[in-house]
Write a new protein. Structure first.
Length: 390
């Protein structure tokens, strides 16, 4: 039995795939799980190193650039449109590559997690008569999943079915799959995480993450606020996951701004496979509004300040849904940029107030879905077995 898993472009696409893969291997140890990613994806080494993935391939894919915050200006931007035309040809090449790859692999099912690599693989699957299932973590379906929706056997989703524009009889609510490494955080395992990371037990730990590829604007805002933040929170320690291509510049920015003593209390990494350990150690997490990160922090019960990317509308929607339920604090990037003290005030209020942190932690825990990977694996196995009967 062979199942193809596809998606990529960000850690938010890849980590749920690996969570589902681990559950599939648990239930079907002899199944062959094949990951198809996008050629040139900077995160492709992650599935390649995962023990649940038996083989890794890549195909060409493009993306349609649309930037909500820039409005009509992007429609007439020649560079943007030239890149879109180029990527249309990449997408067509990816469909051709996927078609012949699928003919070789002969999978019973394709699971598409989102990211534009899902499009050529799903289209080739449809042309080959191979069923596929999509998955949406965000409150708004991704453009990639909308493009391939009509041919999907089922749509797995994170939120109640009425949230999505798909045919209701094709929707199954599974939640957002996350790694089993993410578990509710207790005082004991927080202390253990800090010991492993060599952080003082009495520190006030701030974790900053902009996702698998990082977020340059978020990095800049945190660095800019850090000097005042050390004054407001003397016991502060910052764990900053800056993104692989942004770590050196972020570290240099801290070097230029902070005193030597303060700089010793900042740790910058580009990427980590131990994000669960970093978030266990944290008192407060600053992140974008990616659904996978939010699902991970919900299971752990972390107090979060979310600064969603204005260019990713689903980030804003995800964050707003949780903020309205008192499950996260939310600041717009515009407010952070225009009101210099807003970020320092928000973070110091949380870092210096255990009751406020506990309230957020209790509220976000209600959104945790620890069985999501199993739920989704069960659906995939059902479809494979149903297909075998036909």
């Amino acid at each position: 039995m062979t199942i193809v898993l596809t998606g990529g472009g960000s850690g938010g696409h890849i980590t749920p795939i690996l969570a589902v893969a681990a559950e599939l291997k648990k239930q079907l140890p002899d199944a062959r799980l094949v990951y198809i990613g996008q050629r040139g994806d900077r995160l492709s080494d992650i599935p390649a190193a995962d023990p649940s993935i038996d083989a890794v391939y890549s195909v060409s894919a493009g993306k349609f650039r649309r930037y909500k915050s820039d409005g009509i200006k992007q429609v007439f931007d020649l560079k943007t449109q030239a890149l879109n035309v180029r990527d249309l040809f990449r997408m067509l090449a990816g469909i051709w590559q996927s078609f012949w790859l699928l003919r070789r692999l002969r999978p019973e099912l394709i699971f598409t997690r989102g990211g534009f690599v899902s499009v050529p693989v799903a289209v080739a699957g449809r042309l080959s008569g191979i069923p596929y299932i999509t998955h949406d973590s965000d409150a708004l379906p991704s453009l990639a999943n909308r493009l391939i929706a009509s041919g999907a056997r089922l749509h797995a989703v994170a939120l109640p079915a009425h949230t999505y524009p798909y045919p209701q009889d094709k929707i199954v609510v599974t939640g957002v799959p996350v790694s089993q490494k993410y578990q509710p955080v207790t005082a004991a395992n927080q202390a253990e995480a800090r010991e492993k990371l060599k952080i003082a037990r009495d520190a006030r730990v701030l974790l900053v993450t902009g996702g698998g590829n990082g977020a340059a604007a978020l990095n800049h805002h945190i660095v800019t606020a850090s000097k005042e933040l050390f004054t407001a929170v003397p016991a502060l320690f910052i764990l900053h996951v800056a993104g692989r291509d942004l770590a050196d510049t972020t570290a240099a920015d801290y070097d230029n701004l902070l005193t030597a003593e303060q700089r010793q209390k900042v740790r910058v990494v580009g990427f980590t496979t131990d994000l669960h350990l970093f978030s266990e150690a944290a008192d407060v997490v600053v992140a974008r509004g990616g659904a996978t990160n939010l699902a991970e922090f919900a299971i752990q019960g972390r107090a979060c300040l979310i600064i969603p990317s204005p260019q990713l509308h689903w980030n804003v929607v995800n964050a707003r849904v949780l903020a309205e339920q008192g499950a996260v604090e939310m600041l717009s990037e515009k407010k952070v940029a225009e009101q210099g003290g807003a970020l320092v005030d928000a973070l110091s209020a949380l870092l210096n107030n255990a009751d406020a942190r506990q309230k957020l932690a209790a509220n976000i825990t209600q959104f945790g879905q620890p069985t999501a990977a199993k739920n989704l694996a069960d659906v995939l196995i059902f479809l494979v077995r149903e297909s075998a009967k036909q």
